[in-house]
Design a protein around this ligand. Sequence first.
Ligand code: ZN
Length: 296
Amino acid sequence: MREGQLFVAFSLDVDPDSNKAVKGRVDSLSYPPEKGLVRVDAAYRGLKETLQLLEYLDIPATLFFEARTAQLLAEEGPEDIRSLTNGHEIGCHSHRHEDFLGAASGIPISKAQAREIICESIDILNDIFHKKVIGFRAPYLRINRELLSLLGELGFAYDSSIINDCIRPFYMNTARLWEFTVASLRTDSGRRITSYLHPLFQGKIDTKEYVWGVGSQVQRIKGGLFILAFHPWELFIDHSGKALNAENSRQRLEKLTDVLQGLKATSGLEFVRLEQYLEMHNSGKSGHPQIHEVRA
Ligand SMILES: [Zn+2]
């Protein structure tokens, strides 16, 4: 990695509109779960809007697709999902947004079942996107050692589900897998900044502060990686599935634009897809022992 450089990866969790885990079932449903529905219309509109913005700003992204959402968009969406997402990395966000640890569903999933679920997801994603999928993000960021070692066994190269206050990727020896952590950290001014952008949409932090906060990490870990994350449906609905009014939607898109544009203009920051980051590391362009940290 280059000296004095902080890599920034923009990641999207492409999953059903404001989906929630439901007690007694392993998959998720759009809110309110009593209706028993899985909707992807806000996810589609948000994805399209975001991809247009990324094209305009010339920023590459990593799209963690829930396989069911990808399938719904491929079969019923108004546009060819493969050409729409062209140029971006495709990652896996499980099949039906399974609650693997059973934290909310009350049904923990065994390693054998998880293997089946994830293999099916990869098959679906391969069929739709014709791309090698090497990255995984667990629904609800719920992951444990068993699931991590399963990912390694299935040939994934990295996971991005663990929340950490350090932006230093690490290699997990036992799982044979890289971890690209999702950030939640305090800046020198004491403000908390997170990978997930909803605090920004909810007005808990403003865009200038957020951009400054990320930029302030440049010197902290040279060659480090700060991941941004959001759900495309957040541009049109809230977490309880309520449609935002046009003004609210416009404000959220504006905030997203300001953050991406602000980061792009910050010296020492470079946007990459997560697979690109790994490639740079593997091809020996790193030279920074800090990111060679190994954890059992
Ligand atoms: Zn999700």
